[in-house]
Design a protein around this ligand. Sequence first.
Ligand SMILES: [Zn+2]
Length: 440
Amino acid sequence: MKGLIRLGTALFSCVFGILAGPAANAQAKPLPGGDAGKIYERLLKQIDQIPIYDNHSHATFPDDSDMDAMASPPDESTVLRLRDTNPEFVTAAKALFGYPYEDFQPEHAKWLIDKKKAQEKEGGTAYFDGILDALNVETCLANRVAMAPYLDPKRFHWVFFVDSFLFPFNNHAQAAKNGDLGVYMPLQEKVLQRYRKQENVSALPADLKGYEEFVRHTIQDNQKQGGVAMKFEAAYFRSLYFSDPPRERAEAIYAKYHAGGVPAEDEYRTFQDYIFRVLIDEAGERKLSVHFHSAVGIGDYFSLRNGNPLNLENVLRDPRYSKVNFVLIHGGYPYTLEMIWLTAAKNVYTDSSLVGYYVYPSELKNILKQWISLYPEKIMFGSDAFPFNEAVGAEETFWLAVRSARTAVAAALAELVAEGAVSEEKALELARMYLHDNAS
Ligand SMILES: [Zn+2]
């Protein structure tokens, strides 16, 4: 019996060997071979040549309030790498602008601030196009409240916010919950006001049917204005678990509160869960991708439990939405392993935005290696470029995210090559998928 199995195995490997060539003898090793460093150098040189498609950014000048639909609460605690003391930001400013100083002392930072202010004043799209060119970024999604005249629509595509549709009623009880929500809620109300103005809706429609029409028309008009995806930052405001309430319940709640009054917590939640599904349905109709903030968040009251992307499983795996492309941005960090398994569903994708500059490249390498080893066609680069202050802007965070991702993915792939898992040729194909092809 044993002999037969051995004979069978030998026959199989013989046939397989003929079909697949010498690689059929390949067996991945648990430790990399000695030349991982050299493979890394070779790969990085070629990976630097790959034009990037950036799946998530807030390309902006620092004084432009349209950069995001929310703002940082005052006392938030910043991770080590993003503090002003990180010397990598000086390196970024030197690389992009020839910054002549070694720190951001106020009198030094002024040099950089003045330079950027002058560019902003000059207007035109050449400045941010130039930043992309310097980093070999071809296309970039700009997640903003509205597009800016200084962003070239050929290079920057708009991802608009939709959370404000979940908050049409009196939000005082929400805002009073904690300091973070006290900052976020008025900003959501402002975005909804803006959409109402855009759609000429002076008072909230009298019934749910009217409200749904307003929601759907706004989405359609945003798409006409160049929108390619809708974005939820719902994790900052509530759980990412959305139930599936019947329309009649939402209708009754809308009737009760659209003209005033403070809804009870569970009533508001039920209404939001219903409108959320209207938004997902409209995204499917319009072939718009749906982006979710799905990771830790800024602020002092962000709930990891509420923001855990596993909360979305019932939506991601709902056959009614099988035609909707879901993009779970920020890699679900710190739940990056759960995240890659969510992307096993054929319409679910993730990106490495935010996590790519929260952790150093050595750790990003580990995350990318795990992702690449599982579903390499479902992962994308994202910068989450964002201005931290007047001196360290979206420009420097673009740089940090791009350099981190290129070096980390080169290192992850060098290890896989040195372990005998993939060839160098295959490694470059995997790098192109992550940095460009999957998103494009
Ligand atoms: Zn972002």
